[in-house]
Write a protein that binds this ligand. Structure first.
Ligand code: ADP
Ligand code: MG
Length: 695
C-alpha cells in the first residue's frame, strides 16, 4: 500500500491544487466566491475549467461529468469526452467555463413528482463550487445541484445548500448579539456508516437479496448475535482486505475515512469518517456507499446497505453527528469555559431543543422509508418517537435554570446565564444512552434514526432549517431587548419550560416510554405512511417558505416521490416473495415431502411390523404447512390485485402497509418453519447461517 499522505486527496481538485494551478488573481476570486457562497463569474469559470482539464488530463482523464444527486437516493452521471472537432478530422481537448458551471442532462426519467412533465424534460445542473471536483474511474466529476428550468429543486443537494444558508444567516444574527465577528456559520456532519458484507456466490442464489437488497425469508440460525462476540471483534482477513482497499479509494477522493470496526450483528461492520461541512459530508457519504459496493465486488463479496437485511439480528443505520462551526473555527455546541461562552452555548442548545420539539414530525419523516420502518422501534434502533438525550448533568443544569434554584454540581453555587461558568462537560462514554434518537454527546448532537442506505441530505435539511427557525425567533426577540443579559436569561428559561417534554434520558426501548411519550404529547409516527402526510402540515410548509428551503410545489413533489418510492419498494418485495415462494420454496417442500412418503412406504413394504411414526409425524406437519403456505400465497396474490384500484399514493401506501405487509409476514413465518423441517440439500437457497457466518 502507498503512503497515506501521498495518496490522500490525490484525485481531488482541492484548495492546494487550485493554489498551484490557478493564476493568483483567479485563485483569490474563486476562493472569495466559495467562502462567501456567491455566484461564480464566467470569466473566472473559464480559467478554472481550463486548469481543471489540464490537471485531469495529466492524470489520464478523458471525460467529465456533472455529478448530481437526484431523488432516487443514489448519484447520477453522464460522461462527455473533452473532444471538440477542429474541422480537419482532428480534435482538440476542450472544457469551457460554461461546461463547468452548467450542464443540461436529459433527465426525463428522474423522479420529479410532477414538477417537470416529460415534454419539457430538461433540468439543469449547476456546479457547487464549495464541493471540490474529483476524479472517479478516469472521469472528472463536477459536484452539482440539479434543478428544473423553473428553478425548482429536483435533487438532494439544492435544499441542503439552501438550509445551510438559512442556518448561517440566523446564527450569524445571534452571534452578533454576543459581539462575535463570525460572518458565516456552517453545519458540520460526521456520518457513521453501517453495512453488511456477505459472500457474492451465496448472494447470487437469492432473488430477494438481488431484487430487494434484503432477505424476505430465512429462519433464525442457531447462533445470532446473542454472544456479543462480533462487536469490536478481530476483523477477519477477507474483511480487512476489503477495508484496506476501501480506505485507499476513499482517501484518494479526500474522504477522511477514519474508524473501522465490526458491529453488533455477525457480518456487520462500520466506517466512520472525520466530520466535515455538511454538503461535503453528504457528497462523501454518497461516494462512500458507492465504493463500499464496488470494492466488495472486487473481493467476491456483496455490501448490503439495506436497513434490515436480516430478521432477528440488528439492522444498519447511519448516525448523523451534527454541530455548527463558525468561519472563525468555533464549535457552537462546545459548552465553552467562560461565562459568556456558556450563555451562548445554552442559547444554541435551547435552539436545538426547540427545533427538535417543534419539528419532531419532520425529523421522523426525514428518516422514513420502507426499509427503515423495519428498524425503528424494533429494540435495536431508536424508537419512532423522537426525543432528546442530554445526560443527567446538563438536564440538571437546565432544570436549575428553570426553577431558579441553585445548581449544586461541580462547585457552581448559583446559576444565572452569563454570570457563571458552566461546569466542564467531559465526553462521558459511560453515560451513552444508545436508545435515544437525538443525543447530545459532548459537543455535538447525534441523530441516530437515519437508515443506512439513505442520503444524509434530507435529515440535515430538516435539522438545519428547524434550528434556523429557533435562531430567527431568538434573534428577533433579542435584537429588540433593552437589557440583553436579562432578556437572554428569561428567554432561555422560557424555552426550557416550553420544550422540556422532548428531553428524555431514560430507556427508549421500554414499553413504558410509549405511554409516557403519549402523556407528554409527543408524536409516535410508527410507519412511513403515518409520518409522511405531516410533511404537508401548514406549520411545516410555513417553515420551508420562511427560510426559502422549498416552495409548496416542491414539498408536494417530494411528498409524492416519497410515497411512490415506498409503494414501489413494497410491491417489488411482494412480487419477489411470491416468485420465491411459488417457484422455489413450494417445489422444494413438495419434493422433500415425496421423499419422506416414499421412505415411509419403503419401510412398510420391507416389513409392516416396522414403526413409521416419525415419517408420518413429519409428513403430517409438512402437508399442513404446505397447505397453509399455499393458502397464504393465494391470499397475497388476491389482495395484490386490489392494490391497483386507488390512484391516490397515500391510500395505496396505507393499503400496502396495513394489508400487504401482514400477508407477506404470514408467508414468511410459514416458510421459515418449513426451512427447519426440510432436508438441507433440498432447500432452494442459502440459509442465514451460511450468509452470516461465511465471510
Ligand atoms: P462514536 O459515536 O462511535 O463513539 P465518535 O463520537 O468519536 O464516535 O465520533 C462519531 C462521529 O462524530 C465522527 O464521524 C466524528 O468525526 C463526528 N464528530 C465529532 N465532532 C463533530 C462535530 N463537531 N460536528 C459533527 N460531527 C462531529
Ligand atoms: Mg455514534
Amino acid at each position: 500500500m502507498s503512503r497515506l499522505d501521498e495518496i490522500f486527496a490525490s484525485n481531488v481538485f482541492n484548495d492546494s491544487v487550485m493554489q498551484q494551478r490557478l493564476p493568483k488573481d483567479t485563485y483569490r476570486r474563486l476562493k472569495k466566491t466559495i467562502d462567501e457562497g456567491k455566484q461564480l463569474d464566467l470569466q473566472i469559470a473559464n480559467v478554472v475549467a481550463h486548469a481543471m482539464k489540464e490537471w485531469a488530463i495529466d492524470k489520464g482523464v478523458t471525460h467529465y461529468t456533472h455529478w448530481f444527486q437526484p431523488l432516487t437516493g443514489i448519484t447520477a452521471e453522464k460522461h462527455d469526452a473533452f473532444i471538440t472537432p477542429t474541422g480537419n478530422g482532428q480534435m482538440i481537448q476542450s472544457f469551457s467555463g460554461t461546461e463547468l458551471v452548467r450542464g443540461e442532462p436529459d433527465a426525463s426519467s428522474f423522479p420529479s413528482g410532477g414538477l417537470r412533465s416529460t415534454f419539457e424534460a430538461r433540468g439543469y445542473t449547476a456546479w457547487d463550487p464549495t464541493s471540490y471536483a474529483f476524479i472517479k474511474d478516469g472521469v472528472l466529476c463536477i459536484p452539482t445541484a440539479f434543478c428544473s428550468y423553473g428553478g425548482e429543486a429536483l435533487d438532494q443537494k439544492t435544499p441542503l445548500l439552501r438550509s445551510m444558508e438559512a442556518l448561517s444567516t440566523q446564527a450569524v444574527r445571534v452571534l452578533k448579539l454576543f459581539g462575535r465577528d463570525a460572518t458565516r456559520v456552517l453545519p458540520t456532519v460526521g456520518p457513521e456508516q453501517e453495512y453488511f458484507l456477505i459472500d457474492r456466490a451465496l448472494y447470487e442464489q437469492r432473488k430477494d437479496l438481488i431484487f430487494t437488497g434484503r432477505t424476505l425469508f430465512g429462519a433464525k440460525p442457531p447462533k445470532g448475535q446473542e454472544l456479543d462476540d462480533h462487536y469490536f471483534g478481530t476483523i477477519r482477513p477477507r474483511v480487512q482486505d476489503f477495508m484496506r482497499e476501501l480506505n485507499e479509494e476513499l482517501w484518494k477522493l479526500g474522504i477522511y475515512a477514519k474508524t473501522e470496526h465490526n458491529e453488533c450483528a455477525p457480518g456487520q461492520h462500520e466506517m466512520a469518517p472525520v466530520f466535515t461541512v455538511s454538503n461535503i459530508s453528504c457528497d462523501h457519504n454518497q461516494l462512500t456507499m458507492e465504493y463500499m459496493k464496488r470494492v466488495a465486488e472486487r473481493h467476491g463479496l456483496v455490501c448490503l446497505l439495506a436497513e434490515k437485511p436480516f430478521a432477528g439480528v440488528n439492522g444498519s443505520g447511519k448516525h448523523n453527528n451534527w454541530s455548527m462551526v463558525t468561519n472563525t473555527g468555533y464549535n457552537l455546541l462546545n459548552p465553552g469555559n467562560s461565562p459568556y461562552d456558556s450563555a451562548q452555548f445554552l442559547l444554541f442548545l435551547v435552539a436545538v431543543i426547540r427545533a427538535v420539539d417543534c419539528y419532531q414530525d419532520l425529523l421522523r419523516i426525514s428518516v422514513s422509508s420502507a426499509g427503515n420502518d423495519h428498524r425503528l422501534g424494533a429494540n435495536e434502533a431508536p424508537p419512532a418517537i423522537i426525543s432528546i438525550f442530554l445526560g443527567d448533568e446538563l438536564t440538571e443544569i437546565l432544570s436549575s435554570l428553570e426553577t431558579g434554584e441553585a445548581y449544586k454540581g461541580h462547585g457552581v453555587q448559583e446559576l444565572a446565564v452569563g454570570v457563571h461558568v458552566l461546569p466542564h462537560f467531559p465526553r462521558d462514554n459511560t453515560d451513552r444512552n444508545r436508545t435515544s434518537p437525538f443525543a447530545f454527546t459532548g459537543n455535538k448532537f447525534e441523530f441516530r434514526s437515519l437508515g443506512s442506505s439513505a442520503s444524509i441530505s434530507e435529515c440535515n435539511v430538516m435539522i438545519n432549517t428547524a434550528v434556523a427557525e429557533s435562531l430567527r425567533l431568538y434573534a428577533d426577540e433579542l435584537e429588540k431587548a433593552e437589557d440583553f443579559q436579562t432578556s437572554l436569561h428569561d428567554l432561555i428559561v422560557r424555552e426550557i419550560k416550553a420544550h422540556k417534554r422532548i428531553i428524555f434520558n431514560g430507556n427508549g426501548y421500554a414499553g413504558s416510554w410509549v405511554e409516557e411519550a403519549r402523556s407528554r404529547g409527543l408524536l409516535n409516527l410508527s410507519s412511513t405512511p403515518d409520518a409522511l402526510p405531516h410533511l404537508l402540515d401548514e406549520k411545516n410548509l410555513e417553515l420551508f417558505r420562511q427560510h426559502g428551503i422549498f416552495t409548496e410545489t416542491e414539498v408536494r413533489s417530494r411528498y409524492e416521490i416519497a410515497l411512490e418510492t415506498y409503494n414501489k419498494a413494497i410491491l417489488i418485495e411482494a412480487e419477489t416473495m411470491l416468485a420465491m415462494a411459488k417457484r422455489e420454496i413450494l417445489p422444494a417442500v413438495l419434493h422433500f415431502t415425496g421423499e419422506v412418503a416414499r421412505t415411509a412406504a419403503a419401510v412398510k413394504q420391507y416389513s409392516p411390523a416396522l414403526n413409521t411414526i416419525p415419517e408420518e409425524k413429519l409428513l403430517l406437519s409438512l402437508t399442513e404447512h404446505t397447505q397453509a403456505l399455499s393458502d397464504a400465497i393465494e391470499h397475497l396474490e388476491n389482495i395484490l390485485q386490489d392494490q391497483g384500484k386507488s390512484d391516490d399514493f397515500l391510500t395505496r401506501a396505507r393499503y400496502l402497509h396495513d394489508v400487504i405487509l401482514p400477508a407477506m409476514n404470514r408467508i414468511r413465518q410459514i416458510s421459515d418453519e418449513l426451512e427447519t423441517m426440510v432436508d438441507k440439500k433440498d432447500w432452494p437457497f442459502p440459509t442465514y447461517a451460511e450468509l452470516l457466518f461465511t465471510v
